[in-house]
Ligand binder design. Structure first.
Ligand code: ACO
Ligand code: ZN
Length: 281
């Protein structure tokens, strides 16, 4: 599907009580995309043309949280698993919303083959959308994330990291290894590099005795390529020029200082025990 040239005219999306400047065009139907402003229901993600319609919708929309099964809850954070086949309208609306912040092409209508993991934050007014990632139901590849997004109003608060961490928790629960679908956006790449680096810092800090790339993959759910790139990032992989073999150099103090710096930010941490989930079959 081709984004119409009018699509670039949506400059601002009114989401709940927020107004969010858009980054890219999205293929909303023309009667919506020709406007400068788009109005969304923050719960069912229905898109509307005017503040008045949005206000009227708000009075009658019965939803106060994302659809699907709540498979994770810890503190005020919940994650819902939404099946694209069972909730096509919601998932199409979600893909359109995401496209406003994603440069590369994403799917919009063929949502059947995907599961959507929607993260929301609870308060007295409802369970509010923060971000999500999509995942192919039957991935023959090792992709464990198709598209990932944190709404710009919630970015740089650790939620992207939490979503990525959650995607690997699912992958480990499936007994598999996974990696995000390529190409990654610039923001995707910095976020994943940061996640991979931290994950290996935690792992290597606590390792005593021997290890291997294979063992690190099994522990983390990361693919060998991603483990190796993270090790290189940490200067933890050294190649003996004579024997041409590799060795790990584990600088525990450096790993600990990277961890301390990250933890000092006070971001919400994933609690793997709060997952209630069986893999899709
Ligand atoms: N600039 C520099 N570093 C960043 C940035 C940034 N804009 N965003 C994330 N990072 C790095 C930082 O190290 C950051 O830690 P810090 O903020 O304490 O310095 C760390 O990643 C973790 O950041 P989070 O706050 O957890 O990430 P966020 O919630 O902002 O979400 C995401 C990251 C999902 C990539 C977000 O930027 C986004 O939605 N972007 C638009 C859509 C997109 O590009 N998605 C990825 C496409 S690729 C794919 O889908 C497979
Ligand atoms: Zn609604």
């Amino acid at each position: 599907l081709r984004a119409s040239s009018h699509a670039s005219m949506i400059k601002c999306v009114h989401f709940g009580n927020y107004q969010i400047d858009t980054w890219y065009a999205a293929p909303y139907p023309e009667e919506y995309s020709r406007n400068r402003n788009l109005y969304l229901c923050e719960f069912c993600l229905k898109y509307m043309n005017s503040e008045f319609v949005q206000w009227r919708h708000r009075l009658k929309c019965p939803h106060k949280n994302p659809p699907g099964d709540e498979i994770y809850r810890e503190g005020t954070i919940s994650i819902f698993e939404v099946d694209g086949r069972k909730q096509p309208a919601y998932c199409q609306n979600l893909c359109l919303l995401a496209k406003l912040f994603l440069g590369s092409k994403t799917l919009y209508y063929d949502v059947d083959q995907f599961l959507f993991y929607v993260m929301a934050e609870y308060n007295e007014t409802g369970c509010h959308f923060v971000g999500y990632f999509s995942k192919e139901k039957r991935s023959t590849s090792s992709n464990n994330v198709s598209c990932i997004l944190t709404l710009p109003i919630h970015q740089r608060k650790g939620y992207g990291h939490l979503l990525i961490d959650f995607s690997y928790l699912l992958t480990r629960t499936e007994g598999r290894l996974g990696s995000p679908e390529k190409p990654l956006s610039d923001l995707g790449l910095v976020s994943y590099r940061n996640y991979w680096k931290l994950t290996l810092c935690y792992l290597l800090r606590d390792i005593h005795g021997g290890t291997s790339v294979t063992a690190m993959c099994d522990e983390t759910g990361m693919t060998p390529d991603d483990v190796i790139s993270a090790l290189e990032n940490l200067h933890a992989l050294i190649r003996d020029p004579i024997t041409k073999t590799y060795a790990f150099r584990i600088d525990r103090e450096m790993m600990q200082s990277i961890i301390d710096k990250w933890e000092s930010k006070g971001y919400v941490k994933l609690n793997p025990r709060a997952l209630v989930w069986v893999p899709f079959v």
